[in-house]
Ligand binder design. Structure first.
Ligand SMILES: CC(C)(COP(=O)(O)OP(=O)(O)OC[C@H]1O[C@@H](n2cnc3c(N)ncnc32)[C@H](O)[C@@H]1OP(=O)(O)O)[C@@H](O)C(=O)NCCC(=O)NCCS
Length: 170
């Protein structure tokens, strides 16, 4: 059963494993194919613990960590944030986990954080991701042609957003 819990220091080693998984890293728009390290992820976690504008969670199958999801650049003033999700374990992609987790984090952003808008960036060729985001109601706000260079090829990048249609606190 899929469970979502707080992102904890014990997840740092998983972050290294997942972010270095080519099936994940080749789809991370701002750092396509780049490697991370224990030192960099410890640093990221240290900054995360101090940050007031980030909320990250670990996705688990019962107690087994399989990925992470989060909101960053949370702006209380503008009521928006940027979303990131990665299912790091290969066996857990394409089985509906992403959909469950995305529905949860959107609900968290809109109901708990009272956001108006959630943004995300995605490589246009990331078919499962784009399909999932569109099915959830994300709309295209911009398309950056040949924005990311990876292994001899340029990739188009989409800027997507979903709006809170039910908010009462405008
Ligand atoms: C993108 C990601 C979060 C999607 O989660 P997932 O659990 O794999 O997706 P789901 O199983 O919930 O499927 C979502 C939709 O994509 C479709 N899909 C899944 N895998 C697919 C594939 N290989 N090809 C085409 N469509 C696919 C499913 O059919 C589903 O649509 P449906 O509900 O209409 O059937 C996950 O694959 C992932 O973490 N990928 C690597 C990192 C990444 O790309 N992160 C996003 C950066 S923006």
């Amino acid at each position: 059963m899929i469970k979502i819990r707080a992102h904890l220091p014990r997840d740092i080693a998983y972050r290294v494993k997942w972010l270095n998984n080519p099936n994940v890293s080749r789809f991370i728009g701002d750092r396509m194919g780049q490697k991370t390290s224990l030192r960099k992820e410890r640093e990221w976690f240290g900054d995360y613990q101090k940050a007031k504008n980030k909320k990250f969670f670990t996705i688990c199958d019962d107690s087994k960590p399989v990925g992470f999801v989060g909101l960053s650049n949370i702006s209380r003033a503008n009521k928006n944030a940027d979303l990131f999700i990665a299912i790091g374990e290969d066996d857990y992609r394409g089985r509906g986990v992403g959909k469950i987790v995305m529905e949860w984090i959107i609900d968290y952003g809109f109901k708990r954080l009272k956001l108006h808008k959630i943004n995300l960036g995605v490589i246009k060729d990331n078919i499962p991701a784009v399909k999932l985001y569109r099915a959830l109601g994300f709309v295209t706000e911009g398309e950056m042609k040949e924005e990311v260079f990876y292994k001899g090829k340029f990739y188009d990048f989409l800027s997507l957003a979903i709006f809170n249609k039910t908010e009462t606190n405008k």
